[in-house]
Design a protein around this ligand. Sequence first.
Ligand SMILES: NC(=O)c1ccc[n+]([C@@H]2O[C@H](COP(=O)([O-])OP(=O)(O)OC[C@H]3O[C@@H](n4cnc5c(N)ncnc54)[C@H](O)[C@@H]3O)[C@@H](O)[C@H]2O)c1
Ligand SMILES: O=C(O)C(=O)C[C@]1(C(=O)O)C=C[C@@H](O)C=C1
Length: 368
Amino acid sequence: MKKVTIVVGLGLIGGSIARAIKEGHPESTIIGVDLNEASGKQALKLGIIDLFEKELNAVAPKADVVIFATPVQQTTRLMNNLEPSKLKSSLVVTDTGSTKKEIMQQSKSLAAQGITFIGGHPMAGSHKSGVLASDARLFENAYYLLTPNPASNKHVQFLKELLIKTNAKFLVVTPDEHDQMTGMLSHLPHIIAAGLVNQTDAFIKKYPMASRLAAGGFRDITRIASSDPAMWTDILLTNRAVLIEELENWQTQMAKISSWLGEGEGNREEIFDFFAQAKETRDHLPIHKEGAIPAFFDLFIDIPDYSGVVANVTALLADKNISLINLKILETREDINGILQVTFKSKQDLEQAKRCIQAGSDYVCYEK
Ligand SMILES: NC(=O)c1ccc[n+]([C@@H]2O[C@H](COP(=O)([O-])OP(=O)(O)OC[C@H]3O[C@@H](n4cnc5c(N)ncnc54)[C@H](O)[C@@H]3O)[C@@H](O)[C@H]2O)c1
Ligand SMILES: O=C(O)C(=O)C[C@]1(C(=O)O)C=C[C@@H](O)C=C1
């Protein structure tokens, strides 16, 4: 496919999409557009794009495809600034934004001027931002939701072909269905995670030692609280009605638990059922695991708290040529062992590392 694609926003999503297009269509040209010149330089250096430009309208007339991978409200602003009379009549415009109703509303004025617009949203990502976190495999096996304008239906196949190497599963939904479903399954969880971390922050001021006790449960439910605040502000402000309703449902649920607790033992069964129902549902949800960036493999090692132990572990791994991605001490207190978190790229590396550390030391290794 010898096409010119402009990717606007060279961050996690734009970078990952550009990588996948390069992989599937090496003969195509990718022009990267970003406000941030450093992102452009990094993308050029990584070979993700062929050219960099700060101003979209300076290059838009060359484009066969424009893909917006900017925060939602930046995307609507940039769409509004396009100059349709200067664009190719065959141009296909799409986006990657986490909400769809406002963007689809904005696209009507483009459609009125003959520009094809297909809303898009890959349902995979990370709390990490920026082009350095991008990965062509990010969307593998994930759903990629599409909300085409009626007049754009015939271009959906072309877009799927362009994005073939994302290895995503494309699904057409209405903008309303989209915002309802992502509101429940993505936006509300991000609000809850951020709220929980903020509540913890206030608590830690009272009990400073508590910060050292944040273990697996807290880590699992709050990872997404590290996501980019600018991106999430735009998401919330473009899905207000859905989120207000879901927050009310959430508050009703929390109030119910609070009242059960107020009455104590008499509500044992209700409390049990609350957790039992959640376990049943969670255990049967087909949660997307493969392809996302945190598809790294963590090995946890209980280590005695003395200096030199990290060097011991790395020496054991180096001896067997096992490469690691990251190494972090999660906990060090005088009275207990520390935990060393060693991250590997593959399950095989992790298993080999576990065997070699267990053979060469008496450290206890485990996965979570
Ligand atoms: N992060 C995720 O998990 C995820 C997943 C799916 C979809 N999305 C959506 O994808 C979009 C991009 O998210 P991301 O995670 O890649 O963010 P990011 O912060 O990693 O990248 C955004 C990039 O856009 C650039 N940018 C911002 N405003 C711009 C403008 N006016 N003109 C040109 N460049 C501009 C920034 O400099 C940055 O490089 C958002 O709409 C988000 O809702 C995010
Ligand atoms: O894995 C994460 O960190 C994400 O938050 C990814 C996530 C999600 O909520 O699942 C976040 C926003 C997107 O619009 C799509 C995916």
